[in-house]
Design a protein. Structure first.
Length: 295
């Protein structure tokens, strides 16, 4: 990876004895790697080493392995510090607006807890919680599961945001299909909202003309304000950040209403004070009492 990242030949031979032996050991390890794989990975030249075509093919899997290794160290670091409480929390796009403030309140009361927070699709979250890969989740699904609890978390609604001079901005409300002919500003591939909108469009036999994909709702709103296109965002993502040239239009779809709920396995709160505190922070004391009462 270092050879590739520097994008220049790496000098591996030095004149001093200790450096020479160190680089010779590196040379042997690289040679053994090539022998084990049965392919040449490096081009050796007088002034250094570079990657072959096969070496470049191997580069991305190696990066992935290193990233997983670093994530493992990050996950284990609380245990090394003697902080043994770690929660894995998967959520939909509420990670971008509601959750930060709620988690800040939780950490103020429980500074020893560490949380791995990931944005996922609703179905993926439910499966992860059922399989024990996540302790808790936040989903916007109306159906229940016999092995899970779903105390209510937040209410929200998808809305269309359009440039104020556009034809959609003059409408009081629109259907999703009426937006198909417009250029779209979307979040990046893999985000929960982008995947959800694409699946809804496909179910209606249409598609979205995506002009550009960006990482944040702020960037989406700025591009809509510039006239570059329209978008669909959660109403709570707008707040006080709405630029002057953006009009919010009601989305007339049954799935526009978003009933966010925390989900966790039945019995998961028993004897686990930190999980109880987190659910209570998110749902309030009534949410925990509702679970305890079996409602």
């Amino acid at each position: 990876m270092q050879i590739a990242d520097t994008r220049r030949h790496c000098r591996c031979w030095f004149s001093s004895g200790e450096s020479h032996f160190a680089s010779f050991g590196l040379f042997l390890r690289l040679k053994r790697l090539e022998e084990a794989l049965g392919v040449a990975l490096f081009v050796r030249q007088a002034r250094g080493v570079s990657l072959t075509a096969a070496g470049n093919v191997m580069l991305e899997p190696v990066r992935h392995c290193v990233a997983r290794h670093e994530q493992m160290h990050a996950d284990l670091s609380p245990y090394a510090l003697g902080l043994t409480t770690h929660l894995t929390f998967f959520a939909n796009n509420v990670v971008n607006f509601h959750l930060p403030d709620d988690l800040a309140r939780f950490f103020a009361a429980r500074p020893s807890v560490r949380i791995t927070l990931e944005e996922r699709l609703g179905t993926d979250i439910i499966v992860a919680v059922l399989q024990g890969r996540a302790d808790l989740g936040v989903v916007a699904v109306d159906s229940d599961h016999p092995d899970l609890e779903f105390p209510p978390y937040r209410e929200d609604r998808f809305v269309v945001v359009a440039p104020s001079e556009s034809r959609l901005a003059r409408r009081g409300a629109v259907r999703f299909t009426e937006c198909f002919g417009e250029p779209w500003i979307c979040q990046q591939n893999g985000s929960a909202l982008h995947t959800y909108l694409m699946s809804q469009a496909a179910a209606l036999g249409g598609g979205l003309d995506v002009r550009v994909q960006v990482a944040s709702f702020d960037a989406v709103l700025r591009l809509v304000a510039s006239g570059a296109g329209i978008s669909i965002v959660p109403g709570s993502a707008i707040g006080k950040r709405k630029p002057g040239n953006v009009t919010v239009v009601e989305l007339k779809e049954p799935w526009a209403a978003r009933h966010h709920r925390v989900c966790f396995r039945k019995g998961a709160l028993v004897g686990n004070r930190h999980r109880v505190d987190l659910v209570e922070t998110l749902c309030g004391p009534r949410g925990v009492a509702r679970v305890a009462a079996g409602r």
